[in-house]
Design a binder for this molecule. Structure first.
Ligand SMILES: Nc1ncnc2c1ncn2[C@@H]1O[C@H](COP(=O)(O)OP(=O)(O)OP(=O)(O)O)[C@@H](O)[C@H]1O
Length: 518
């Protein structure tokens, strides 16, 4: 068929520029080109000379190929590199392959891509400002389908196609930057609303040693492992270390390793490339990348899956991460703080936690004692939480404590540590109805005397009311060391006048050591 080159150029250019959606534009151009040469498949292939890889960015190169293919390494032979990089237009402006069997390098590439080798194709070199950016691929099934003249006809449109390809890439980059910005803003908003308390109550008392250790290590980049029961304030110490380090203006990214599904852990920590797995519709930065030039706080580190432990070890050793589905190493500059309420040493002994990872994390362990071992901190904590919670609940003036209230708090065992104390103060303030505040109601409700009905039914013959009362009074007397009246005495805790309590005790046959009674 006689073809007017100028008309071909004009019509093909109009089509490749006809839509912002490159898939639509490419399809229109394919339909036009197909009138002059077989064009079953048409695609734009990007070439990255640094990595010596190619990637399909629009259209399809065959029936079975993925639409947006992954990066594929080119065989690293001199001939192959010359084909893609040399600029001898005329010799390398296009490539016509009618029989892959005659081209071992290309055949190898096709085999690796899992593509049918029984095809013919033309690849037109695409350049922009003298640099090779990729190729226009046109292919059809069967051998010996193309002539040199057809390739030369296609070559006429290399410039408009290269410009269209460059526009697509820039447009996608803008979209990706936009998405990352939105993602970053979302994270910053989340951080703004996170509590980042830096004040350590008890820094001069029960937490003196812990605070000193945190201060010593804060300025260094060493990993710190923060140990302690749940709710003791591990996160408070992590905040303190970050805020006293040279990274304080960088991000502090918190990860609760126990709260992330195991299947998502790798992608959460290290990010993923688009298409890395079903649902990975966009590239996503992981928490390590977000923490770059800052600190990452890995809470509940004992919950990390074995795979994530291996990947974390690699970050600690090599200071690089690899996104899921990616092949590129990304350097990260991150300080690692971790915390757990578990005994990691036992977990190492049981084979549940990697010993090499434990050695790396345990460079500087800081153990926070439970609240029951530092009761001297309770008055300061109560005062702090009264102020804080009153503010949150919009109570103008936090109420004063009833005499004896503190004594009650000091007597409690605090299995839930500081968090339990914080919650108790909040509950008391919510229910506050004026006057001085007391916490006795909460402790009474928690008493084991008030078992639920099932437990009661199973616990054998029911005690009489007098027996229950007698046991409860004896417990309270034990708590107050036999003190009956006055602040913190048993009468106050039980909400009785002291003479009423004495009367009841006499009636129930409860005696008390006279030296202790008030
Ligand atoms: N020394 C402290 N000074 C001020 N607030 C504290 C202190 N210790 C704990 N808190 C408060 O108690 C609550 C629990 O503390 P935090 O979350 O740091 O405990 P954690 O040990 O990290 O808990 P978990 O084991 O559940 O992760 C938080 O609201 C925190 O602000």
């Amino acid at each position: 068929m006689q073809v007017d080159g100028n008309e071909f150029f004009r019509q093909a250019t109009v089509r490749i520029c006809s839509s912002l959606d490159i898939e639509v534009a490419l399809k229109r151009m394919q339909q036009y080109v197909h009138q002059y040469l077989p064009a079953g498949f048409i695609s734009l292939v990007l070439f990255d000379p640094q990595k010596n890889v190619i990637r399909n960015i629009a259209g399809k190169i065959s029936k079975t190929a993925e639409k947006y293919g992954r990066e594929v390494s080119l065989p690293d032979t001199r001939e192959m590199r010359a084909r893609w990089i040399q600029k001898q237009v005329g010799l390398e402006a296009y490539m016509v392959v009618n029989n892959l069997e005659q081209d071992p390098d290309l055949l190898d590439l096709f085999t690796r891509l899992g593509l049918d080798a029984d095809i013919s194709f033309i690849m037109i070199r695409l350049e922009l400002e003298g640099n090779r950016i990729g190729g226009l691929w046109v292919s059809t099934a069967g051998r010996n389908q193309y002539t040199k003249e057809q390739a030369e006809l296609l070559q006429i449109i290399h410039e408009p196609v290269a410009i269209a390809m460059s526009n697509v890439l820039q447009h996608r980059e803008v979209l990706e930057l936009n998405r990352q910005l939105t993602d970053d803003i979302r994270h910053l908003h989340a951080r703004l609303h996170e509590k980042t308390e830096t004040e350590i109550i008890g820094a001069d008392q029960g937490l003196h040693q812990v605070t000193e250790m945190a201060r010593q290590v804060a300025g260094l980049d060493s990993p710190v492992l923060i140990l302690g029961e749940t709710g003791v304030g591990k996160e408070v110490i992590a905040n303190f270390i970050h805020n006293h380090s040279h990274r304080r203006n960088g991000p502090l990214i918190k990860v609760n390793c126990g709260a992330i599904a195991e299947s998502l852990m790798d992608s959460e920590l290290f990010g993923h490339e688009k298409g890395a797995f079903t649902g990975a519709v966009e590239r996503k930065k992981g928490r390590f990348e977000r923490a770059d030039r800052g600190t990452i706080f890995l809470d509940e580190i004992g919950e990390l899956s074995p795979q994530a432990q291996v990947r974390l070890l690699r970050v600690l050793q090599e200071k690089v991460i690899e996104r899921v589905g990616g092949s590129r190493e990304i350097a990260v500059n991150v300080r690692i703080l971790s915390a757990t309420h578990r005994n990691l040493q036992d977990m190492v002994a049981d084979g549940r936690f990697r010993q090499d990872l434990w050695f790396r994390l345990n460079v500087f362990p800081v153990s926070i004692p439970p609240l029951r071992e530092r009761k001297e901190d309770i008055p300061g904590l109560v005062n702090f939480f009264m102020q804080k919670k009153a503010q949150e609940l919009k109570i103008k003036q936090p109420p004063e404590l009833q005499s004896g209230a503190l004594r009650q708090l000091l007597a409690h065992d605090w299995p839930g540590n500081v968090r339990e104390l914080e919650n108790l103060v909040e509950r008391a303030l919510i229910q506050y109805q004026g006057g001085r505040i007391s916490f006795s109601g909460f402790f009474r409700k928690n008493s084991s005397l008030l078992q639920d009905t099932d437990e009661l039914r199973e616990s054998g013959p029911m005690p009489t009311l007098d027996e229950v009362m007698a046991e409860h009074i004896r417990r309270v007397l034990k708590l107050t060391n036999g003190k009956i009246s006055g602040p913190g005495g048993a009468a106050e805790i039980l909400g009785l006048h002291y003479s009423t309590l004495r009367h009841r005790m006499r009636k129930l046959g409860i005696s008390v050591d006279r030296n202790l009674s008030g």
